[in-house]
Design a protein around this ligand. Structure first.
Ligand SMILES: [Zn+2]
Ligand SMILES: [Zn+2]
Length: 183
């Protein structure tokens, strides 16, 4: 048994040779089946657009029959058919809009458009988060809290009676110091 050619569009197989294949693929029945197959994937908007460009088929619209069938170059759609298709198109559009509105707005413009301001803002937020995570809410710092606790330098510990200029100042001395105004 030789190879057979199977045509998906026509659901038909025949002995495969260049001549029979060419005959089948250029045949009217194959063209119709192929078109019918792809027509099934057209959505209502496409059909409506295609049909709007055709003149109405008088034969079909008056008798309900046309010998050209799907291959007719004129439109077989009645006004009711077109109105029905237009309704479906509108409903689909409305549904798509509703879905769009119902969906949580995940799109954060800051993340897609590089901007210095957005970066600074994110950095500040991140730092604030890290700070609060490390120390917890910090109590309000007073002036006295801000003063470091100065220690005597290690090399002076063994020195008896070090000169006062080398002694670390105490907090009280710093707070009560008589600061001169600059200027
Ligand atoms: Zn075929
Ligand atoms: Zn027709």
């Amino acid at each position: 048994m030789g190879k057979r050619y199977y045509c998906d569009y026509c659901n038909k197989s025949f002995a495969d040779n260049p001549v029979s294949r060419k005959t089948h693929l250029s045949g009217v029945v194959h063209a119709q089946n192929k078109r019918a197959h792809y027509d099934a994937f057209r959505d209502e908007e496409e059909i409506l657009r295609d049909e709007a460009n055709k003149r109405p088929c008088r034969t079909f619209l008056s008798s309900g029959q046309c010998k050209f069938g799907d291959r007719c170059q004129y439109s077989h759609l009645t006004n009711d058919d077109k109105a029905g298709l237009a309704d479906i198109v509108n409903q689909k559009k409305k549904l798509a809009e509703m879905k769009l509105q119902a969906a949580p707005q995940k799109v954060d413009d800051d993340k897609f458009i590089p901007s210095l301001n957005a970066w600074v803002k994110r950095r500040a937020e991140k730092r604030a988060h890290e700070d609060s995570a490390e120390t917890g809410p910090s109590p309000k710092q007073t002036f006295s809290d801000a003063i470091p606790n100065y220690q005597l330098a290690a090399c002076l510990i063994s020195v008896v009676n070090p000169p006062p200029s080398l002694l670390p100042p105490t907090k009280e001395e710093l707070i009560n110091a008589d600061y001169a105004e600059w200027g």
